[in-house]
Design a protein. Sequence first.
Length: 162
Amino acid sequence: MQTEQRGALLLLGLGNLLMGDEGLGVHLARRLEERSDLPPGVQVQEGGTAGFQLTEYFTGYPVVILIDATLDANPPGTIRLLKPRFSSEFPNALSTHDIGLKDLLDGLTLLGCMPEIHLFAMSVNTLQPMHIGLSPEVEAALPELERRVIELANELTTVNRL
C-alpha cells in the first residue's frame, strides 16, 4: 500500500464539530491552517471523524501529530502528549470516531505502514450533542495546545531533518 508522500509531517486534527469539545482537534487544525510560520514540509489536515478514510494521510507521511479530545478523569483542558505505537495504547475513550480510528491503526500496523505518531490528547468533561462551540475550559487551553503542537513540529522537523 504505497501512497505518494505529501510532506514530512502531518498535523491532523480529529473530532466532531457538532459535539462541542469533542471537535477541539478540528478547531485547532483550523487555527493552525491560518499560521504562516509552520516549518517547511508541515501540512495541516482536518480529519473530522473519518476513520478509514484517513488511511491515505497516515500512509502519506512518515510522522503524524494527532490532536484529539479524550474523556478521562483529568480536569477539562488538561493536555497530554502520548506516543502510542499500537491502537491499544490510545486513551480508552476517544469518543465518536474511536472504533474506526483504532481499526485503521491496527490495519496500518498489520500492513507495516504505520507512521511515527505523536498524540496530543486534551481532556474534556462531556460530549455536547448539537453544540458547535467549545467550553470555556477547553477554549482557554487551546492556545497552550497550539503552542505545544508547533513546538513539537519544530523539534521534529529540526531533529529528524524531515
